[in-house]
Ligand binder design. Structure first.
Ligand SMILES: C[S@@+](CC[C@H](N)C(=O)[O-])C[C@H]1O[C@@H](n2cnc3c(N)ncnc32)[C@H](O)[C@@H]1O
Length: 491
């Protein structure tokens, strides 16, 4: 098991702070016109009148600004500013290092503690988490603040950084607007009795670096810490030692709440030795039990866990499908999952198979005859198709549209990388919605991609429709006898 002395030392060296620091750039000075003023008035005979549950600011998760709230001293809506934390105590867990427990009974909804640390950009978070890895700091304490910023509590933080993860937590993070800035607090999801360990779900929050096996023990345990977080998806390095939490077995990589690990385990996988279908040098393609060709996300699964008859059967099915699969599908797999090659290159993962994960259920449609129609898009290999066309012009036209389609597809992918923080922010916090400008950009790029696909398929269909059946495949590429050439390119 892991040695926790480093944590102890870290705690003693920890620069304990009582607020969130902006590491780069100053705290914003709130403009007077931006200050939200509630309508509460303190009535001495009714203590609840001072900014309680019905306070307009409380309802919008905004703290009152001192000097502007009519309740003055009695205002109860300045919990972050006044550090009104619940009593908590640091303790050593059996197998998860330090933890924090309730040192008094805590009520459902109660503010427990602020997650304090240095506010840094995502880019800086990535840089730091790599630096921490090099320095051997395993438990980076970086969580998401918003689309562009994170909070790093590794060197400077509050006790909140010692709260462990649970897939069935008694606390949760909530964002509050405090004097014009977003701050993160840990709040009780339920009544918590004194002596109970506090835990929240790291899923969308954590930018911890290494993949850590979860030991929360919940029935619904997702297997790894922060499995749905940005950090988990961007970084795939694995600690290699004898600590259970850092070993690599059946690491599910998924990016949506729909794709629960339990569903992934129902999928099948082909043998890595298949030479007929090799995605960009990666071995194996996963198909689901309905023989559908799959989307572009991946799971890593131990071959040991797959019965051999399933492996062989699936392999045959994939061979058929592979004929329809074009190189751009492979590229898409690689592009979206560059991380996979990093896992694969690590010697600990040599025995794992890598393939796209199952299509979410909503992509399949059941027909009255009980058959399932695969709504996942199949990729046409335009280059192979072009070779079947008898004229150079027809071939060139198809290839031109193919190129245009590839261009807009990669534009859409880069746009996705750009706006992903905003999308994740939306997923993470139901109160937010993705900005209209982000949605518009996305819709425009998606429409361009659909149009490019339509143009390509239209060009293929048109050229085939205009080709007499016996001419298919007769001509070699770009070797058409001009004398006998039929003009297939009618518009
Ligand atoms: C934010 S820290 C929490 C405090 C930590 N336990 C410590 O001793 O410093 C996150 C780290 O705690 C450990 N941890 C937290 N929750 C865990 C869980 N459910 N299962 C296994 N390890 C956990 C992991 O090592 C993780 O990197």
């Amino acid at each position: 098991m892991r040695d926790h002395h480093s944590s102890e030392k870290e705690y003693n060296n920890l620069n304990k702070i009582k607020t969130t620091l902006r590491a780069f750039g100053r705290h914003k000075k709130q403009k007077e016109e931006d200050i939200a003023i509630c309508e509460c008035k303190y009535d001495i005979s009714q203590p609840e009148s001072a900014c309680g549950e019905t306070c307009l600011n409380v309802l919008t998760s905004t703290e009152c600004t001192p000097g502007f709230c009519l309740c003055g001293y009695y205002c109860k809506n300045q919990r972050f500013q006044k550090c009104e934390y619940a009593k908590t105590k640091l303790f050593k867990t059996e197998n998860r290092g330090w933890g924090l427990l309730a040192d008094e009974d805590i009520k459902k909804g109660q503010f427990v503690i602020e997650y304090c640390g240095e506010v840094i950009s995502w880019k800086e978070a990535k840089r730091r988490s790599q630096a921490y890895e090099i320095q051997g700091v395993r438990d980076a304490f970086i969580i998401s603040l918003n689309a562009s910023e994170t909070i790093d509590a590794t060197r400077k933080g509050s006790l909140a950084r010692f709260i462990n993860h649970s897939c069935q937590p008694n606390c949760e993070t909530r964002k509050w607007n405090v004097l014009g800035e977003v701050r993160v607090g840990i709040f009780a999801r339920q009544d918590i009795a004194i002596g109970t360990e506090l835990a929240y779900n790291y899923n969308f929050e954590w930018y911890g670096g290494a993949k850590v096996r979860c030991l929360c023990g919940a029935a619904s345990c997702s297997g790894f810490l922060g499995a749905k977080s940005r950090g988990f998806q961007e970084d795939t390095y694995l600690w290699e030692d004898d600590d259970d939490r850092y070993s690599v077995e059946k690491i599910p990589l998924y990016d949506s709440a729909e794709d629960e690990p339990s569903k992934l385990l129902n999928t099948m996988i082909i043998n890595s030795s298949s030479s007929e279908y090799n995605v960009g040098g990666m071995t194996g393609v996963k198909v689901d039990s309905e023989n559908q060709f799959l989307s572009t996300s991946f799971v890593v699964q131990s071959l040991d866990s797959v019965p051999m008859d399933v492996v062989n059967e699936t392999k045959a099915e994939v061979n058929e499908e592979s004929k329809l699969c074009s190189q751009d599908t492979e590229e898409a797999f690689l592009h979206k999952n560059g991380m996979i090659s990093r896992i694969q290159s690590s010697n600990v993962s040599q025995k794992y198979q890598i393939g796209p994960k199952s299509v979410p259920k909503k992509r399949s449609k059941k027909y009255p005859n009980g058959r399932t129609k695969n709504l996942a898009q199949k990729q046409v290999d335009a280059k192979a198709v072009a070779l079947l066309l008898p004229t150079k012009e027809a071939q060139e036209e198809v290839l031109k549209y193919e190129e245009m389609k590839n261009d807009v597809t990669s534009q859409l992918e880069s746009l996705y990388d750009e706006i992903r923080p905003a999308i994740e922010e939306h997923e993470r916090d139901n109160q937010d919605s993705v900005a209209t400008s982000v949605a518009e950009k996305w819709i425009e790029a998606s429409c361009m991609k659909l149009k490019a696909e339509f143009d390509l398929y239209f060009s293929i269909v048109k050229n085939f429709a205009n080709t007499p059946p016996r001419a298919y495949g007769q001509a070699k590429p770009f070797e058409v006898d001009n004398q006998t050439e039929i003009n297939y390119l009618t518009n």
